[in-house]
Design a binder for this molecule. Structure first.
Ligand code: G6P
Length: 599
């Protein structure tokens, strides 16, 4: 949820930390802070609000040194203010920590520490760690952190410094953390973009591992203090992939990247009409697929249900990960648990995956971020390969997840010995072009967005495989424009939502050609009869629909299973342009974070 960066080396620390925080802002941005260690002195600056406030304050001060840690926060315990911002210090101001995660037993630890005379300044769970380290500190920071962490229940990605030690201690349980290896310099960060400008060599810390980093090197141990073998990996993403490339927002760039992103997801995975996925187990024996995910990824999972049942002929259930993990699901060893996650770090999805593993299900991840926790815990995986997604509202990862689910469904069908429909394969290869075609409506959609930007509510309706597309369209609008929007199966409106319809209610219909088109047109008539204003996503040549629709957005036609991918494009653009017309902070909507590593 929060972003961490730490640096030790021979360059100027402040610019490296600030730059790193800027790259991590998507993880949280309600407050930020840095702590610099220089010649036995710790200097901390924290600010409430966007990172720029911290940057402006630092600019007025003469502060730097060879070691520093920094943090951008997404509040869990304690409101966003300066006191609750990280880094947190111990009583003597000698130890500083930055933390991502949740310390579950913090109130009992707080009581214990207060009994021993510690004065806890903030309302956060994180500050407890600084005081625990202080309690155990006897001239050896590494041992003190290790002892402190023995008492901690919950999740942490952590970086700790002491004013007298030329090192940073990093530790991880449940919250991502990487170590970056440079020349005469070392880094710690919660995600690769934060350090990519400086090094491409990283170590992904595993759960319950600790790293001691100094200017000259590093040592990785487990929480018991035993050395563990580390794996140094080379990052392939370039910094250029992370920049905005001339678009006003990352989200718009990522929407327009979809033709290329989908090509990358497909690359090498279909050869001579055969699906080539490296799935480590025999999918023939699977009797049921259980999909689990959160947010937008859950919507792709809902589409996955239609796809897996129709293409792979396999019963499929879809759960919110946060519900799945607590509802005592009945899982069998011939079930396949599919965890879908852009970040690969979402706490609920990870917990659901672990629950299924415990009950011996086979597991597969559909994930974008290489090396993320979910990818390391599943038996098999399908990487999206869409490059970093920075905009908090997911776009290219979503369409790629749907493509990945189609590949999975085709793979299962093929392994079951059933004939694979060549038309779907052909259409998969045509997708990048068709998405590019759909993107050409951007200017028209912008005009529609201007007309509707002041609406207070929106309804999104679709049927069949396009019902989840309606849900996702509504979610995109809510996330970035703060307009209330709901998605419904079109036929369901007469059981409630139709009561809301009047001339002030825009209704977006996804009504591209399939066996349900006529039925959806009847639903459109019902809305029209009540003076609702209709925006319709249609294929070319649908004259009947045009007559009853106020605004028509054309998209290329494809097979039903692939239509959610193309139909989502105008809905992403509509949400984007409405939010942009309202002057919203599109890439960093209020209260949301890109990677939710707390439950
Ligand atoms: C957050 C993001 C959403 C995302 C969801 C799941 O809520 O704001 O955009 O869909 O997490 O994230 P994941 O990384 O697991 O796909």
């Amino acid at each position: 949820m929060c972003g961490i960066i730490g640096y030790i080396g021979d360059k100027k620390t402040i610019p490296i930390l600030i730059n790193g925080l800027q790259k991590l802002e998507y993880r949280g941005y309600d407050s930020a802070g840095v702590c610099i260690s220089n010649n036995g002195d710790l200097k901390t600056i924290k600010k409430k609000g966007k990172l720029q406030k911290l940057v402006d304050t630092i600019a007025t001060q003469d502060i730097d040194g060879p070691i520093g840690i920094a943090h951008t926060r997404w509040a869990t315990h304690g409101e966003p203010n300066e006191k609750n911002a990280h880094p947190h210090l111990d009583c003597k101001g000698e130890i500083a920590i930055v933390h991502n995660g949740i310390i579950e037993n913090y109130s009992s630890l707080k009581k214990l520490l207060e009994k021993h005379g510690h004065k806890i300044e903030s309302d956060t769970d994180s500050e407890i760690i600084a005081h625990l380290v202080e309690k155990f500190y006897k001239d050896d920071l590494e041992s003190a952190v290790r002892e402190a962490l023995q008492l901690v229940d919950g999740a942490f990605g952590l970086a700790v410094i002491h004013k007298n030690e030329k090192k940073i201690i990093a530790a991880r349980r449940g919250s991502p953390l990487i170590i970056g290896i440079g020349k005469n310099e070392m880094f710690v960060a919660s995600d690769v973009p934060a350090i990519l400008e400086h090094t491409k060599k990283v170590i992904y810390l595993n759960d319950n591992e600790m790293a001691t980093i100094s200017q000259g090197g590093y040592e990785i141990k487990n929480l018991e203090g035993k050395r563990v073998a580390e794996k140094v990996e080379e990052i392939k993403w370039t910094i250029d992939q992370i920049e905005k490339k001339g678009f006003k927002h990352f989200m718009l760039k990522e929407i327009f990247e979809q033709p290329e992103a989908i090509s990358n997801t497909l690359r090498g995975r279909i050869k001579e009409d055969r699906i080539k996925l490296s799935v480590n187990f025999d999918v023939k024996d699977i009797s049921r697929v259980l999909i689990t995910a959160c947010g937008t990824s859950w919507h792709s999972g809902l589409i996955g249900k239609y796809i897996l049942e129709s293409i792979a002929q396999i019963p499929t259930e879809v759960d919110y990960a946060s519900e799945f993990r607590y509802r005592k699901p009945l899982i069998k060893s011939d079930d396949l648990l599919v965890a879908i996650s852009q970040s690969g770090e979402t706490a609920d999805t990870l917990a659901a995956l672990r629950e299924a593993k415990e009950q011996n299900a086979k597991t597969l991840g559909i994930v974008n971020v290489v090396g993320s926790t979910i990818t390391r815990e599943v038996e098999s995986g399908i990487y999206l390969h869409v490059g970093p997604e920075i905009g908090v509202a997911s776009t290219k990862a979503f369409t790629s997840q749907v493509v990945s689910l189609i590949l999975l469904a085709l793979h299962i069908r093929q392994e079951k010995g059933l004939k694979v429909d060549k038309k779907i394969i052909k259409e998969l290869f045509r997708l990048p072009k068709k998405i590019a075609e759909a993107l050409k409506s951007a200017e028209d959609i912008k005009k529609i967005a201007d007309k509707f930007k002041d609406s207070k509510n929106f309804l999104y309706l679709g049927r069949g495989v396009n019902f989840p597309v309606a849900l996702e369209g509504a979610l995109k609008l809510k996330e970035i424009s703060y307009i209330h929007a709901e998605g419904y199966p079109a036929a369901e409106i007469k059981h409630g939502p139709i009561a809301l319809i009047d001339e002030d209610m825009p209704v977006v219909f996804v009504v591209t050609k399939n066996n349900l088109t006529q039925k959806t047109i009847s639903n459109m008539q019902e809305v029209k009869a009540r003076e609702g204003r209709i925006i319709a996503i249609v294929n070319k040549g649908d004259k009947e629909i045009k007559k009853i629709t106020d605004y028509v957005i054309m998209v290329p036609e494809t097979v039903d299973e692939l239509s959610p991918i193309i139909n989502s494009i105008p809905l992403q653009l509509l949400a984007y342009y409405i939010a942009e017309a309202k002057g919203m902070d599109v890439d960093k909507p209020r209260n949301l974070a890109k990677s939710v590593t707390v439950e």
